[in-house]
Design a protein around this ligand. Structure first.
Ligand code: SAM
Length: 225
């Protein structure tokens, strides 16, 4: 296409109400330093036995970023991406209200995560020439996460107490020695997602370890050799 035509199309996009979709924007659920840290975890665990898992992958933006890092570093590992691909499950949000004293209204408004489909996620991987990602449509509460093992690095990002509490021991069980689990949303101040922080801290206390929360919200769990 010639430059004049491309510029004309860009100008039309610029003047449209959909401008934000056509021009660069930051689309990640993590800050730049947090993304760098996740890459460093992949780097530090690349020599360990096992695959990588992202539990709660939403639309795949972080999945693409981390897989592009793996491509650039020639890290050949399977990458499991698990999600309901339809947002939170009712039992999880009910537990936040009934057991953890949240107001029901906090979860009646959409989180945005329900606007998703596994086929959209898979196509996003294809469009980015990523072949190593295996997507799994499942509820964490009903899926045996130990079947994903062995795992060298895990990003656990399902936000609420019930699935976090279920996932942590299963993932830790199949984590390779020296492997790392990063638990997102461990900032207790975030009222909607503070179940993550609670599940993470309980898990660490059960194991006689001090919680280690870095980059404002990333809970770190390492397995000794
Ligand atoms: C914060 S988003 C994940 C963001 C993603 N890791 C990223 O960086 O772009 C949380 C995801 O957890 C998923 N989720 C929440 N509860 C779940 C459950 N019980 N089982 C599976 N997925 C769940 C939601 O569907 C949502 O897509």
């Amino acid at each position: 296409m010639n430059t004049k035509l491309v510029k004309f199309i860009k100008e039309v996009q610029f003047n449209s109400p959909f401008r934000r979709y056509f021009f660069p924007r930051f689309i990640y659920n993590f800050t730049a330093p947090q993304l760098c840290f996740l890459c460093q975890c992949i780097e530090d665990t690349k020599h360990l036995e096992g695959a990588i898992a992202e539990i709660g992958c939403f639309d795949g933006s972080t999945t693409v970023f981390l897989n592009k890092y793996m491509d650039a570093q020639n890290i050949q590992k399977n990458y499991y991406a698990l999600d309901t691909f339809s947002g939170f499950v009712a039992e999880d949000t009910e537990r936040e209200v009934i057991d953890r004293g949240k107001t029901a209204g906090l979860f009646t408004r959409d989180s945005g995560f329900e606007v998703n489909k596994k086929k959209w996620f898979d196509r996003t991987m294809q469009q980015n020439n990523i072949a190593r990602v295996h997507s799994i449509e499942a509820d964490v509460n009903k899926y045996d996460l130990t079947t994903l093992g062995p795992l060298s690095f895990v990003l656990l990002d399902v936000d609420l107490y019930r699935p976090m509490k279920k996932a942590l021991p299963e993932l830790y069980q199949v984590l390779s020695p020296n492997g790392i689990i990063v638990v997102d949303d461990c900032d207790s101040e975030h009222i909607r997602w503070d179940g993550s922080a609670q599940a993470y801290k309980e898990f660490m206390i059960e194991r006689d370890q001090s919680p280690q929360i870095i980059h404002s919200k990333l809970g770190i769990l390492k397995k000794d050799a």
